[in-house]
Design a protein around this ligand. Sequence first.
Ligand code: ZN
Length: 64
Amino acid sequence: MVVYMTRGWSAAFHKSPTCEALQSGQKQVVRRGGDAAEIESANIQTALGSGRFPCLVCLPSEVQ
Ligand SMILES: [Zn+2]
């Protein structure tokens, strides 16, 4: 399974790059005058292995 995450500001990964939580996070960064982080894809095992956690909005079934 491939998941999507941003560089830097968030430790969560998402099922889709269009996830509502991901997009709202990006908007918050921009609103504070920052640049929205680039979205990158990775295998879910790689994401978990790097200390990321599943988004509660788009991946609730992955959360134990
Ligand atoms: Zn999400």
